[in-house]
Design a protein around this ligand. Structure first.
Ligand SMILES: N[C@@H](CCC(=O)N[C@@H](CS)C(=O)NCC(=O)O)C(=O)O
Length: 211
């Protein structure tokens, strides 16, 4: 199978880390988003939405959306469990993962997209045509991202991991959010958020974090 990927982007990294945790191998095809390779005729022939990650299975099935890709691998290779074992743990992990995605990852992406010069006419990702960046959204995103860091820190003062006491897909999404927030959005974990820093060191030390 083939994973259309970009080494710097947070959503493809979510899929890569998940696959590394499961021990799944694949062919990696790098697509340069800044150079708009994801909007080329060739790539749009694979995924008309022009987004990464995109997974192509050996039978030709095409899947996008990082969570859907992870769901597929959780179903075909349940161990190690990353998306819960029973109705309650599955629902709780999904809930936490959605909080992290909407309150954190989308904010970090909003900061980057609306402040990076190369995306002045690509204010939204994917095959949506020319959309102007809005600098005010970057400023608003920064405030919301710091709020997200604080909320996650408060959660992690009570729990070992981002969705309770076990490592899960929620930790993968949170790690990709924070690393992208620190680099692309230039907002590292603020001083004083010691539980968030403790958790970050813990998950960053997993071999999968290098994927
Ligand atoms: N909800 C999607 C988001 C996919 C997405 O936005 N991917 C970004 C990279 S992180 C992308 O492909 N951007 C294309 C662009 O910026 O034109 C997912 O979870 O996979």
């Amino acid at each position: 199978m083939k994973l259309y990927d970009n080494q710097h982007a947070p959503n493809p990294r979510r899929a890569r880390i998940f696959m590394a945790e499961k021990g799944i191998s694949y062919d990696n095809i790098q697509v340069d988003i800044v150079a708009a390779e994801n909007l080329s005729v060739d790539f749009l022939g694979v995924n008309p939405r022009g987004v990464l990650p995109t997974l192509v299975l050996d039978d030709g099935t095409i899947l996008d959306e990082s969570t859907a890709i992870c769901r597929y691998f959780e179903e075909i290779k349940p161990e190690p469990v990353l998306m819960g074992t029973d109705p309650i743990s599955k629902a709780k992990i999904e809930s936490r993962q959605r909080h992290i995605e909407f309150d954190g990852l989308l904010r970090a992406q909003e900061v980057f997209r609306n402040s990076y010069r190369g995306f002045a006419k690509r204010g939204l990702g994917g095959n949506v045509g020319e959309v102007a960046a809005i600098p005010e959204l970057a400023e608003r995103g920064k405030l919301l991202l710091v709020q997200f860091y604080r909320d996650l820190n408060n959660y992690l003062a009570r729990f070992e991991y981002a969705a309770g006491e076990l490592f899960s897909i929620a930790d993968i999404t949170a790690l990709c959010t924070i690393d992208f927030g620190s680099t692309a959005a230039r907002l590292p974990i603020p001083d004083g958020l010691k539980d968030l820093k403790r958790w970050h060191s813990l998950v960053k030390a997993r071999p999968s974090a290098k994927a």
